[in-house]
Design a protein around this ligand. Sequence first.
Ligand code: SAM
Length: 369
Amino acid sequence: MSTDLTSDDGPQAIEVLRARGPRSFADRLTDLSNGASLALMISLGHRSGLFDAMAKLPPATSVEIAENAGLDERYVREWLGAMATGRVVEHDPAIGTFVLPVAHAARLTRAAGADNGAVGFQLIGMFGAVEDRVVECFRQGGGLPYSAFPRFQAICAEMNWASLDAALLRDILPLVPGLTDRLRAGIEVADVGCGSGHAVNIMAETFPASCFVGWDISATGLTAGRAEAGRRQLANVRFEERDAAAIDEHERFDFVATFDALHDQAQPDIALRGIIRALRPGGTYLCVEIGASSTLADNLEIPWAPAMYAASCMHCVTVSLGAGGVGAGAMWGRETALQMLADAGFATVEVRRIARDVFHDYFLATKPT
Ligand SMILES: C[S@@+](CC[C@H](N)C(=O)[O-])C[C@H]1O[C@@H](n2cnc3c(N)ncnc32)[C@H](O)[C@@H]1O
């Protein structure tokens, strides 16, 4: 009888379930260990191209899959063991073949675009690589520099690229009343903490009459942003190394945005004061932040909350403390963000959500006229 029994499987199944008794915490730990291990294997499947290769193959042996993906068969065979027992791929023991079901390929391959959930699993390996140093931070306090996370910009860009393509023009910019028309007419825009700059490049390409600047402290991110702007032949966007805590502009911009870039700042309050100073009177600041409460108890039912607190612990809090900052963390919550926006002097702040994005709050903050 199947190991995935439910009471819907009939009276015999109900008997078996009753005999098994309630699942213990030890069972749950086994599940967690399997889930965590599969997470790393899913990251490997993405990075090695195995999911992409399997999606194009009929049921195939480990030799055929390895050959097709251009990889070492011994490693591929072991990976397939994890994938088959983890029910990510299907295995036919009679003929020794493996297949990636179509429904799984739709969530694990590059062809899936914004639906490719495998991309985010790369974070697990990135966090594992700094575990020793984070243990030391737990003991001694302090944090780590961004340079401790060499793949951070690449993973972040890969995670956000397809979702920005899908949502920026269609869902996000229209949240600000009249913004699309003003962008079409020509305004000054800054993206603070722009990372690899995909958001600002999309806007620059779509609105050639407007001028855009992307600021970040990451040379890797800025180089990637400039390269994309070059490929797209954009003349209306610049990328500059600029610390958000040292914005010394006065009433220059009509629209400023931060995408997931405020909570891990060393000094988000100082960054906000710089942003409001840099905005023209009546200008808009769009602040995209993780959509959670500042009260832990209110986040208990958010399905992705454990992953977000973990990412915050391993990276967001760590880099902020590493720069001598406040360590706000990804789950600092909307109440804290709202208070900080009010303290910075924004006249009105509205919190909006979009259907396509379960992870974020969109704060629309207006500078007083
Ligand atoms: C989570 S990433 C988000 C990047 C990008 N906005 C995106 O959505 O992909 C946060 C970004 O903030 C940048 N950052 C952190 N502290 C900064 C500071 N003091 N000044 C400017 N940028 C900063 C980081 O380098 C990183 O690129």
